[in-house]
Design a protein around this ligand. Structure first.
Ligand SMILES: Cc1cc2nc3c(=O)[nH]c(=O)nc-3n(C[C@H](O)[C@H](O)[C@H](O)COP(=O)(O)O)c2cc1C
Ligand code: SF4
Length: 546
């Protein structure tokens, strides 16, 4: 079925794509769904089934006017009960709903009204913002680099792209690819896959069309590093995508940006339009190279950060995770070879093209080269975004850059909801690179750093993680679809009543999730739970049967 929809959707191409035409409500007698369905020659149930998957297209949410951030950072900061009740006072309870992370984790109190995000001191003006009496400007957050500022240093401009791209594109794609190979750049979106291998695979595939897709769905609560690049360094990203296109033989690129980042979408659209006008440019053998970028606004589904769900989403398919193989590099967007890469990964390419692979490799560790962006939440004395060399001690990031904590903290949740829960006692054991985290039983992931304060009950935080997974599960495989709900129920019951959890039952559930889930959403959620059970046994013990 999804293959049929893929083919039907592909006939109209990216510009007239099905996803961007999905309606946010059915209209009179479901006419809105029916009209789109008939245009694409698909069933009414497909347009409804797909649209209703997304938070922002689900007809149940179409009347909502205000959204409070229910992401992990805002939850741990304890600011959202007030924000929620103030929104409800303005719009009424039925018109207010949760949204998972607006990327304002450095100051919290985040909410979304009329297509705009607000946080921190702006929340003081919530009533007047809701009544359109006041326009607010977000407070700037700290951005700092320790060592080379590849991503947070000088912001590449359009004029510089105009000057530098023709020089870079004069190099044969194989030479650029060799430089990338030497650099050792690995994906920053979580899995750390070598980028050169991915681009080389796409390059070697035979196809009439290939794509570069930028994964800007930064859904991990706690992370705001991709948002920073999209808003403050958009040319770096787009030049990186064009370079990736030349190396892989792709002439079209898509930046898929989460709807929860409206400002990022506006900026990226404006810059993409200007950027597209730079082409065509001559390559080394005189053939012109054109690269066309399109920005696609997502519609609120964490699972669309998983690369195959993301591709299904752009196609207008229900964004369920695909089984692999085939991998996107062979069979990706509309069934064509596609490199899906994270924002931060792609934004490193201009540096490698300009300074060479060796220069990149000289930073960081042998296996984790380059720099890494860190997002530090509001519990730090100096919250904000930091760029550090890979291999930097975690303790340096926490105590020197972050300045330590504003209140006693017992654990750090690093790398998003599927990342490990690092007890404070283990901070000195870790360095910020893929190997150190993996060998110590944690996950570097996207390197967002959330602080779990002493005062916050861990059982409640674990329940929140299961609740998040249950809300965001694509539903394709049962361990995740059912297991996440069961996990949430167990923890909630234990926290709110005298029910006590059977440890063997929970262990079985975690094992089933880990071994039986198709993707890392269901497969990854046991990691922080197991960390918590290991390092915080005495705090959690009262919730378990003897
Ligand atoms: C549940 C889930 C959510 C994900 N979310 C993101 C995301 O928001 N951004 C991202 O770049 N990668 C995300 N990933 C990883 C992508 O599937 C993919 O590995 C990545 O985009 C590849 O890019 P990279 O090699 O540059 O890291 C997610 C994976 C899973 C399983
Ligand atoms: S683990 Fe969850 S999100 Fe991933 S494929 Fe299975 S149901 Fe979907």
């Amino acid at each position: 079925m999804s293959k049929n929809i893929r083919n039907l959707s592909a006939r109209k191409g990216l510009d007239d794509n099905l996803f961007e035409q999905l309606p946010d409500n059915g209209g009179a007698d479901g006419d809105n769904y029916r009209n789109v369905a008939s245009k694409f020659l698909i069933g009414n149930a497909n347009t409804y089934g797909t649209a209703s998957f997304y938070d922002f297209l689900n007809p149940e949410n179409s009347g909502k006017k205000g959204f409070y951030c229910a992401g992990s950072a805002c939850l741990l900061a304890g600011t959202q009960d007030v924000v929620k009740s103030e929104l409800e006072a303005q719009f009424g309870a039925d018109a207010v709903g949760p949204v998972y992370c607006l990327g304002r984790c450095y100051e919290n109190r985040a909410f979304h009204v009329d297509g705009k995000n607000y946080s921190g001191a702006e929340a003081d003006a919530l009533p007047s913002i809701c009544r359109h009496e006041k326009s607010q400007h977000p407070t700037p957050y700290r951005v700092q680099h320790q060592g080379r500022g590849i991503l947070t240093g000088h912001a590449l401009s359009l004029e510089e792209c105009l000057r530098l791209l023709p020089v870079w594109l004069q190099r044969p794609p194989e030479t650029l690819l060799d430089g990338l190979r030497v650099s050792g750049l690995r994906g920053r979106g979580g899995a750390g896959f070598p980028m050169a291998i991915k681009l080389d695979t796409v390059r070697k595939e035979q196809a009439d069309q290939k794509y570069i897709v930028c994964n800007a769905d930064e859904g991990d609560p706690g992370a705001f590093s991709d948002r920073y690049i999209l808003e403050e360094q958009p040319h770096l990203l787009m030049a990186g995508m064009a370079l990736a296109g030349l190396m892989a033989g792709a002439t079209e690129g898509v930046v898929y940006i989460r709807a929860e980042y409206p400002e990022s979408i506006t900026i990226a659209r404006r810059v993409a339009e200007q950027f597209n006008n730079l082409f065509p440019l001559d390559t080394h053998d005189g053939t012109p190279f054109s690269f066309r970028l399109k920005v696609v606004k997502a519609q609120g589904a964490y699972i669309c950060g998983e690369e195959t769900a993301l591709l299904n989403s752009i196609e207008g398919n229900r964004p369920e995770v695909r089984t692999r193989p085939p991998f996107p590099a062979q069979y990706g967007l509309y069934g064509k070879p596609t490199a899906v890469n994270n924002v931060e990964t792609l934004a490193n390419l201009p540096f490698i093209a300009q300074e060479g692979g060796e220069a990149f490799k000289s930073l960081g560790t042998a296996k984790s080269s380059g720099t890494k962006l860190l997002s530090l939440d509001s519990h730090f004395r100096n919250p904000g975004l930091y760029e550090v060399d890979m291999g930097t001690p975690l303790s340096f990031a926490v105590y020197e850059l972050g300045g330590g904590f504003k209140e006693p903290v017992k654990a750090l949740h690093i790398g998003g909801p599927l990342g490990g829960l690092v007890p404070i006692s283990r901070i000195n054991d870790l360095t910020l690179d893929f190997e150190s985290f993996a060998s110590n039983g944690f996950l570097l992931g996207h390197a967002s750093i959330l602080s779990v304060p002493e005062r916050f009950p861990l059982i409640k935080y674990l329940e929140h993680l299961f609740e998040f997974t249950a809300h965001e599960s694509c539903g394709k495989c049962f361990p995740c679809r059912i297991g996440s709900v069961r996990g949430k129920e167990l923890l909630k019951k234990a926290y709110e009543s005298d029910y006590r959890i059977d440890r063997e039952l929970l262990n079985d559930l975690l094992d089933t999730l880990e071994k039986g889930s198709l993707c890392a959403l269901g497969g990854g959620i046991p990691l922080p739970v197991k960390n918590a059970l290991k390092y915080f046994e005495s705090e959690l013990q009262p919730y378990f049967k003897n």
